[in-house]
Design a protein around this ligand. Sequence first.
Ligand code: DP6
Length: 345
Amino acid sequence: MKATAQANTNIALIKYWGKRDESKILPMNSSLSLTLNKFYTTTTVEFCTCLSVDVFIINNQLANEFEMSKVTRFLDRIREMAGKDFHAVVNSTNHVPTAAGFASSASGYAALAAAATKAIGLNLDQKALSQLARLGSGSACRSIYGGFVEWQKGIEDDGTDSFAQPLKGGKDWDLSVLSVLLTSKPKEISSSEGMKRAVETSSLYAHWLDTVEKDLLVAKEAIKNRDFDMLGSVVEANALKMHATTFASQPPFSYWNSATVEVIRGVKNLRSSGIQAYFTIDAGPNVKVLCQPKDEQVVREALIRIPGVQEIYHCQPGPGISYLSNSGKREIANIQSFRNRKVAK
Ligand code: DP6
């Protein structure tokens, strides 16, 4: 009753921002992402009748109570689906450059959904896995697939039509994404809290909803036609619009820091000098810059000089989930060694 799965992170090109149902994680709008090759999570799940509680180990430390209870609630759904009541040891490792701050709940819940369902003996197809991963964290439903992925918001109350799918015609476009690390400090306002505040209080949220589906159509058309400028322009405008809702919330907030603004300026300067580069920013200060492989070096050289930029990681489109053969080490046996360790922050 043990399985290991790997899932990569994704960046939102057209953002998921706002829920129409908080408990089922149903989004207000459809979104589009690109799965990245560099950053991923590997998770091993082992169910056993010998356990009376679930144990969650993340990056070699016992998870804190908040994360532990989220994972237990997630496993409860899987136990219910399988009609089994075994508890599990979940051992997750985020493969991101040390302290990079790019760890993501998207890769985490996609890997957990895949590993836990396989370990308990459920044979879910990718659509069902995407729906399940969504219940852990919305953006995780997109990390089931590689490359460009669309998450259709759906309209049903039960969420049966809200899942991600690979974008038709999106394969094999060789793009570069430079992940610009400004800080690895945890953010003060989580994406869940931020989007809730924006939905409930932002004077710009109605504008977001009025225009986001059109942005998605433009982005899909740009991908179909391999029109880099068209894609970059709508991606950038969509990110700015999402962040504008935070400035117009009550109380107002922002995910940016001063270096975020400097990187935005740097990208605009690159464009003025004829280099096609465009930025996007998720719920945090770090910036992702889209460019074409031929321009990667010059974009990197310009951005690495900006004060506050700590590191730049080169990413390309990455794969969807995969299953790994188990190491043979019993996860249950590992628990003992974690009993006395510090709990993860
Ligand atoms: C700004 O998927 O982290 O990155 O569903 O509440 O777990 P929850 O939120 P999460 O939100 C991601 C928000 C975003 C945009 C995106 O990824 O589409």
